[in-house]
Structures are given as C-alpha cells and as structure tokens.
Design a protein around this ligand. Structure first.
Ligand code: PMP
Length: 283
C-alpha cells in the first residue's frame, strides 16, 4: 500500500513531489517539527507535543496555520489513511513559500506536512543489553529548546555515532558537560541512586519523554537532580540512559567504548523503563 502524506490540505502519496522549491523549510530550514508516537491507534502524550509545537512556533514567530482541533484531526486522518495502529507521526510546519529572501515574507502561509510511518522501536536486545554512545562536540546553535528542522550538527554527530557502531552521540559543550544526545535526552545515575539530567534551558530540547520520565521517577521515590553532568562523571556513573519518543527510555551501557559500571543495565533505569512502558499501557 502506498504511504500517504498530508501536504497543505491534500492527502497524497508520500513519494510524490509536493513541496515547492521556494518553501522556506527547504531553503533556510525555517520551520519546526514534532514526532509523535502512536500505540494501539492512540497518540501518546499528544497534548505535550502540541504544547511544545506551539512554543516552537511562537519562538520563530510563525503563526499557527490551523487550530489544535484541526491539526489533531489531520494527524488522525493521516494515521487512518496509512492504516497504522503503531506509528511514528511526523509533523512539520515551515514558514511557507516565498521568493528567496532571508527577511520574513509579508504575508506568509505556513506549509504543513504530516507523515505516518511504521516505527522502528528499540529491539529487545537493545532494551535488555543497553546501547553504546560516543561523545562529540556540541556544535549547535544557541536555541536548542526550539524543535527546529535545522538539524545539520545533529545529523553529523549521529552519522559519526552510526559509523562507530553506536546508537547515539552525546553532545559535549565547551565546559565538558553533556547537554543531550543528537536526538534524545541524556541521563546518568550516581552512586547514591540519583537520576541526573541537564536542566531545561536553551542548550537542550525539553523532550516529551524526558518530562514523563522525570515525573515517573519522582512518583517512584527516585531523587531527580536537574543539573549538567560532565563526560567524566558519565564515565564513572553507576548507570546511564537516553530517552526520546522513538527510543523510549534505553539503558546506555557504553560511552566511548568504555563500559558504564559493569556494562549491564542497572536497576534504576530498568525500573524506570518498566514504569514508562506501564505509563504507555504496554506493560
Ligand atoms: N533532544 C533532541 C535534540 C531531539 O531531537 C529529541 C527527539 N526529538 C529529544 C531530545 C527527545 O525529545 P522527545 O522525547 O520529545 O522525543
């Protein structure tokens, strides 16, 4: 069955040509996106994703192209047309199409694209054995809190990780601190069982999964500390983990080829993985 995408008011084959050459998303990466998980035909954490979308749009001064209600029905209809009950739904909004000029067009009409694809969630072995990450310099801009489609430093870091046989690249700022992964948030657990992750600020994306995981940890009596941690602390950590919509919560068991602790997932992260699965209703 052909995959179907929503493009500016029409449902059309994903592989067709649809976006204008002068779309500012294509020319300037002038746009934002969301990736939303669907399980059992249900959008997970839709409100949190739409709230973040609204913040990203506002930060770039792109007027919301439709109401939340209309957007929600487009998301649902795209899912339905692709006949998927489990999916990753991708939503992208650019500032729209205009003759190429860095300055915003006078009357922009944002472009909206939605696709729904069969997800490649982590394998049982990744969940049971954990995954490896490599460290890379964080070369991104100063507003990583905006979920912008401008992802070149993330793409390059992730490619280096893939070339090294790793799942993810952890990005290191000029002070030697781990900000986050190229497409996920980063955590360590210290010797006292505290879950440590970078605080929300302009240097990281506030992950939807991160917000859920921190709430679940607190509910479970795990102490959460939102502070930056260094790469050296991560090498010495008792446990480590990453989270994202598509990766869920995964144990990180090697950093730059060095095993984290004994190289196996630890009990804090395993407990949180179980809590997160229960939260999603798949436990
Ligand atoms: N940080 C970055 C840079 C990301 O690209 C992502 C994934 N979109 C995340 C964190 C995790 O965010 P979420 O849990 O909302 O998928």
């Amino acid at each position: 069955m052909a995959q179907i995408a929503y493009v500016n008011g029409r449902y059309r084959p994903l592989r067709g040509e649809a976006v204008a050459l002068e779309d500012r998303g294509y020319q300037f990466a002038d746009g934002v996106y969301e990736v939303i998980k669907v399980l059992g035909g249900r959008f997970c954490d839709l409100k949190r994703h739409l709230d973040r979308l609204q913040r990203s749009l506002a930060a770039l001064e792109i007027a919301p192209p439709m109401t939340r209600r209309a957007l929600t029905s487009v998301l649902g209809e795209t899912l339905r047309r692709n006949r998927l009950r489990e999916a990753l739904v991708y939503l992208q909004i650019s500032r729209g199409t205009a003759p190429r000029n860095h300055v915003f067009p006078k009357r922009p009409r944002p472009s909206v694209v939605v696709t729904a694809r069969r997800p490649a969630f982590p394998s049982p072995s990744e969940r049971e054995q954990g995954v490896g990450v490599i460290s890379m310099p964080d070369l991104r801009w100063g507003r990583c809190d905006i979920k912008s489609i401008s992802l070149l430093p993330n793409v390059l870091a992730r490619q280096s990780a893939a070339a090294a046989g790793c799942r993810e690249a952890w990005l290191i700022d000029s002070e030697g601190q781990v900000t986050e992964g190229s497409a996920s948030n980063a955590y360590i657990v210290d010797g006292s069982g505290r879950l440590i992750t970078h605080p929300l600020c302009e240097r990281i994306l506030g992950g939807v999964t991160r917000s859920v995981v921190l709430e679940l940890a607190q509910d479970d009596g795990i102490e959460v500390v939102e502070r930056p941690f260094t790469l050296d602390e991560a090498y010495q950590a008792r446990e480590a983990a990453l989270s994202s919509t598509s990766s869920w919560l995964l144990p990180v068991t090697a950093i730059d080829g060095r095993p984290v602790s004994n190289g196996m997932p630890g009990h804090v992260v395993r407990r949180l993985m179980a809590r997160y699965a229960a939260y999603l209703g798949v436990a």
